[in-house]
Design a protein around this ligand. Structure first.
Ligand code: FAD
Ligand code: MLT
Ligand code: ZN
Length: 498
């Protein structure tokens, strides 16, 4: 997946932060040690001119908003090498940042200053798959799409799917507790992950790679690594339960006049599609305009609408599911809930319709820049955050049709079924005035509406100052104590949310 060079703020996203003097600076003897432990080809040395160019992609995040200055990338090949290098870093006070596919959207996967990057990209073994239980065990560096293709050949699917599947790693998915497009059907990774192997900063290997669905033997520690964002240790292996591949997948795409109609359509979809409903995604007209602008693809519907929804069913009998979906569409159109709609007729149409939803992030990346907010908000207020943000920016004289205004557009799309909206503020250029208008205002608005400041992307560096809008003092204190227990020297992904 291409990395975009954006007009990034000169701070590289690290406002008000200073390098922690407790951490040692990288020296030649450290590099020599890592070469002896891993072999030269798995140590990318940025202290040379040639090497520093090689490190650019590792130092910068997918959005081009966060930039670090690491001089070293280590690419271990197995768990024992991860253990060896982490123990050395801990003994020598060298700070590290674990990196998977580097598709994270909150600045968590890149260094803030000169932390050593530990890339899991060489750990890509599929360790085991059991056809009877559907339990898959993989190295953390396996790319999500690779795992899914492997499973497809065995009539199963990965219980998570998202637009970055061609680049993100399973270990990165676990570490962010990624949600994605089918959480509505298959549930969160907290339910699907059965076991984890992880290395603590002092090199201790935690082997909790259970393949069991039921295991009530005290604290379930693996959950701390799910969504831990690399702050407690490095996930090296994962076992998870994978559902059978559905025999029939159908997709409908439709237009609606208002957000109230979107809510009614969702209710009807749950009632009428029941157990075959596998995704319900919502997109506003602005988000679709950006996809159209980026791809020039013919729009799925003849007329334009303020809102669009994509509904997917997955089941075992194609005709039965297709009839159900058509019946649903007939009903919502007769009732005036939906204005117009189409049902995909074959696999290529299914893919094409999905692109209007999955392609939004990529399409937005072609704009000058985007402030991205990934919010959980109860359904009744879910889209209101877009309108409220727009009003706030207009009142501050920051949003307008001409180049004089830094903000081009405010839009929303997301996982309607999961109460998760992606609020995106598309800018002609990044600027402190826009950021100061948006933050903490959006987080306060979300808290007032009983929401969470992160539904699925995590906290990373982006939300570091704002965790208090979603966690109270007692929880923050417990989180700090957990961090100290696992990582007393604080070398794991420092400067981020904890
Ligand atoms: P990275 O970006 O490399 O890392 C993310 C965090 O995890 C960092 O804090 C890093 O330090 C840590 N980490 C990575 N690997 C490990 C490890 N092995 N051990 C310990 N810590 C580790 N997210 C969603 O939830 N739902 C979506 O629908 C979705 N769609 C996306 C679409 C696009 C086009 C893009 C670019 C991103 C999307 N994302 C989505 C965000 C992102 O893809 C996910 O957060 C993904 O899970 C990150 O995986 P990664 O391997 O790229 O991790
Ligand atoms: C999505 O659902 O498309 C992703 O989470 C990425 C984004 O927020 O743009
Ligand atoms: Zn998402």
């Amino acid at each position: 997946m291409a990395h975009r060079l954006a007009h990034t703020a000169s701070t590289g996203g690290k406002r008000h932060l200073e390098r922690d003097a407790r951490f040692a600076r990288l020296r030649a003897e450290h590099i020599d040690y890592f070469r002896s432990a891993l072999g030269s080809s798995d140590v990318l040395d940025g202290t040379t001119l040639e090497g520093s160019l090689e490190l650019t992609g590792f130092n910068e995040d997918w959005m081009g908003r966060y930039k670090g200055n690491s001089q070293l990338v280590l690419r271990p090949r197995d768990t024992s090498q991860v253990s060896q290098i982490l123990a050395y870093c801990n003994d020598n006070n060298l700070a590290v940042v674990p990196q998977g596919g580097n598709t994270g959207l909150v600045g968590g996967s890149v260094p803030v200053f000169d932390e050593i990057i530990i890339s899991l990209s060489n750990m890509k073994r599929i360790r085991d798959f059991n056809q009877v239980s559907g339990v898959l065990t993989v190295d953390a560096g396996v790319v999500l799409e690779t795992a899914d293709l492997y499973l497809a050949e065995r009539q199963h699917i990965f219980p998570l799917d998202l637009g970055a599947k061609g680049s993100c790693h399973v270990g990165g998915n676990i570490s962010t507790n990624a949600g994605g497009l089918r959480l509505l059907r298959y549930g969160s990774l907290h339910g699907n992950v059965l076991g984890i192997e992880a290395v603590l900063p002092n090199g201790t290997v935690v082997n909790d790679l259970s393949g069991l669905r039921k295991n009530n033997t005290g604290y379930d520690l693996k959950h701390l690594f799910i969504g831990g964002e690399g702050t407690l240790g490095i996930v090296t292996g994962v076992s998870l339960v994978c559902p059978p591949k559905p025999k029939a997948v159908n997709v409908a795409f439709f237009g609606l006049p208002t957000y109230d109609h979107v809510q009614s359509a969702f209710q009807e979809a749950k009632l009428r599609l029941g157990e075959v409903l596998s995704a319900f995604e919502m997109m506003d007209s602005h988000s679709q305009d950006y996809v159209h602008r980026a791809t020039q693809f013919k729009r799925p519907l003849e007329t334009q609408h303020d809102f669009y929804c994509l509904v997917e069913t997955s089941g075992s009998i194609a005709n039965h599911d297709y009839e159900k979906l058509e019946g649903f569409l007939d009903h919502v159109m007769t009732e005036g809930i939906v204005s117009d709609g189409v049902v995909a007729q074959d696999v290529s149409q299914v893919k094409a319709l999905w692109h209007w939803r999955e392609g939004i992030a990529e399409a937005l990346s072609k704009a000058g820049g985007t402030y991205k907010y990934d919010l959980s908000i109860p359904h009744k207020d879910l889209y209101q955050v877009v309108k409220a943000t727009e009003a706030e920016l207009v009142a501050s004289n920051l949003l307008g049709a001409t180049d004089d205004f830094p903000v081009e557009s405010v839009l929303g799309y997301g996982h309607m079924g999961d109460m998760n909206i992606h609020l995106n503020v598309v800018v002609r250029r990044y600027s402190d005035s826009v950021q100061n208008c948006l933050e903490p205002w959006i987080y306060a608005w979300t808290q007032q509406h009983n929401g969470s400041i992160s539904a699925e992307h995590g906290l990373g560096l982006a939300k570091k100052p704002y965790v208090g809008y979603s966690k109270d003092a007692v929880m923050l204190d417990l989180m700090t104590q957990v961090k100290k227990l696992f990582d007393p020297k604080g070398i794991m992904n420092p400067y981020k949310f904890i």
